[in-house]
Design a protein around this ligand. Structure first.
Ligand code: PHE
Length: 349
């Protein structure tokens, strides 16, 4: 009976010295194989007295079971450890992402306005009609609302706030900012996604705008023009010029659209080609449209809780995808590529 203990401890010792799965297999053959240790033991059963045979047989079975489970457990742990611990196999490089160009442009815009004391705000993309239109001096039936065809959100309409929509512009943040600050000065840059149901080569249903809002005592159009000029020179380069053109928005009076001088023709609208003068193909007139702006309408100031007799202010709104493309000199056949998740395209920025 002592043999069993000896064999068991010998097996255990050898098991502890294993180095590979091949060693493990050899050990299995040594103990459980056709000519293995256990087989030999079994062959000796004939020399054992009949009384002891039963116990002998049971002991062999128990030993066999023990060896089998030990080998199995060892194999399991061995595979786990080895696959985890092989430090010589070269690692898999994790693919690094990068910021989307719209995010890069937003970061740059925010940095440009920071020294002027403008703070960045983000206002809801899912917005009440009241903030997007009514408070901006656009009554329910005003045709100007058609310019911003809307995405309606299934939500209980509110008698005062109207329906819920996906905000079509960042101007809705004007009222929210006035109500938050309560007492001017206000200097805000509101960056947000905007939504309009357009889908073609020059429009995506989701795009980005940033809205500048400045309200204080004695604010006038020269401040507006100076600020846009500063932004344009910082973002596009010191040689670029701006101009304001009269326009109409319900929420500003007077209102403007503003343009930037074209960098292809230097603002002349003409280019020299082999000795003769041609119209610039990029701008046709020397100017490219950049955004909308104006002096905040007194009704809008009132809706924001600010006294138009004491304070005045200006606002502008600029499309981010558009100015990013202008800056990079990108003329994309299809602007939708910006949001197509096409890695080959995105990697270039
Ligand atoms: N909200 C206007 C638009 O999306 C732009 C604008 C902003 C105009 C602020 C005037 C003042 O077209």
């Amino acid at each position: 009976m002592q043999q069993f203990d000896t064999i068991k401890s010998q097996f255990e010792e050898e098991l502890g010295k294993l180095n590979s799965l091949q060693d493990l297999e050899n050990l299995r053959i040594k103990y459980l194989g056709k000519k293995g240790v256990l087989k030999k033991l079994l062959e000796g059963i004939s020399q054992i007295s009949k009384i002891e045979r039963k116990e002998f047989g049971q002991n062999i079975n128990a030993l066999k079971k023990h060896i089998e489970t030990s080998l199995k457990d060892y194999k399991l742990n061995f595979s786990k450890e080895k696959s985890f611990f092989d430090i010589t196999i070269p690692g898999t490089r994790i693919k690094r992402g990068s910021l989307h160009m719209v995010t890069l442009a937003i970061n740059e815009i925010i940095e440009i306005f920071k020294p002027l004391g403008f703070i960045r705000m983000s206002y809801p993309e899912v917005e009440w009609e009241y903030f997007a239109f009514d408070a901006l001096n656009m009554p329910k039936d005003h045709p100007a609302r058609d310019d911003f065809e809307q995405f309606f959100v299934k939500f209980q309409p509110n008698p005062e706030m109207g329906k819920m929509i996906l905000s079509p512009h960042t101007s809705s943040g004007q009222i929210r900012e006035m109500r938050r600050v309560k007492k001017p000065p206000i200097r805000m840059i509101n960056v947000a996604k905007c939504y309009r149901p357009n889908w073609d080569t020059t429009h995506t249903p989701m795009f980005h705008q940033f809205e500048g809002l400045c309200i204080d005592k004695g604010i006038n159009i020269t401040n507006l023009k100076g600020t846009i000029n500063y932004f344009v020179k910082s973002f596009f380069g010191p040689t670029r010029k701006i101009r304001l053109r009269p326009y109409h928005f319900q929420f500003t009076e007077p209102s403007f659209e503003f343009d930037i001088s074209c960098n292809v023709c230097g603002g002349t609208g003409k280019i020299e080609n082999n000795g003769h003068t041609e119209k610039c193909k990029v701008c046709k007139s020397g100017w490219l449209e950049l955004g909308g702006a104006g002096m905040v309408h007194p009704n809008v100031l009132r809706a924001g809780g600010i006294d138009p007799e004491l304070y005045s202010g200006w606002a502008f709104g600029i499309g981010i995808e558009r100015i990013f493309m202008m800056k990079e000199g990108l003329s994309l056949d299809d602007i939708r590529v910006l949001y197509s998740s096409n890695i080959k395209f995105l990697k270039q920025f």
